[in-house]
Ligand binder design. Structure first.
Ligand SMILES: [Zn+2]
Length: 195
């Protein structure tokens, strides 16, 4: 699998929790829940299907092997998601964009995938707002880092700009530094760089 896209869905139903979605998908004979992450109404993010195997959430565009699938519980064609769900979605997307170096233009609603005939993730999911927030977070992180960072490395490969603000020989020190950044409202992710 080569994860290049992040695909947003709604479940289209009002399930109580992720396990209910999982039981339903398994009852269809699937090996596991179709989505890679589920965001419950409380904003709880629950892991779904392993990223080591193809997903089962969007056949169009070959997205089951190219796109990580997220589902917000609810029928968002009928009502908006909860604020907690949108916040959790923005946080999760930001983390995965960084981890897999996915640019914001590859964050798509299911119906935006060419060839997908669906209303998913529903008219009440504010896709443009979500993408706008992702861009803003990226820009804020860049601006905030420029002042006092130990080391800044700006580089572009797939169109996503990565800001590196420190390099540490111990994980503990890296986590401490990341925590300092988070206290200032700057999103930070600790990643191991293999030599
Ligand atoms: Zn969908």
């Amino acid at each position: 699998m080569n994860w290049e896209y992040l695909i947003i869905h709604h479940t289209g139903a009002e399930e109580q929790d992720t396990e209910q979605v999982r039981r339903y998908h398994r009852s269809l004979g699937w090996r596991d829940i179709g989505y890679n992450y589920v965001i419950e109404k409380s904003g709880l993010v629950a892991p779904g299907r392993s990223l080591e195997i193809p997903g089962a959430h969007c056949r169009a565009g070959g997205m089951n092997t190219r796109g990580i699938g997220f589902a917000l519980i609810g029928n968002l064609e009928e009502h908006p998601p909860t604020t907690e769900q949108v916040d959790a979605l923005v946080g999760l997307l930001g983390r995965l964009m960084l981890e897999y170096q996915i640019p914001v233009e590859n964050v798509l609603g299911h119906r935006e995938v060419p060839g997908a005939a669906t209303v998913c993730p529903g008219r009440y999911l504010p896709l443009e707002d979500v993408r706008g927030k992702m861009l803003k977070n990226q820009n804020n992180a860049v601006e905030a880092s420029l002042g006092d960072s130990e080391q800044i490395l700006l580089k572009t490969s797939t169109g996503l700009w990565i800001v590196q603000v420190g390099a540490f020989s111990s994980r503990e020190r890296a986590e401490q530094y990341a925590q300092k950044l988070r206290e200032q409202g700057i999103g930070a992710l600790v990643m191991k760089k293999d030599n």
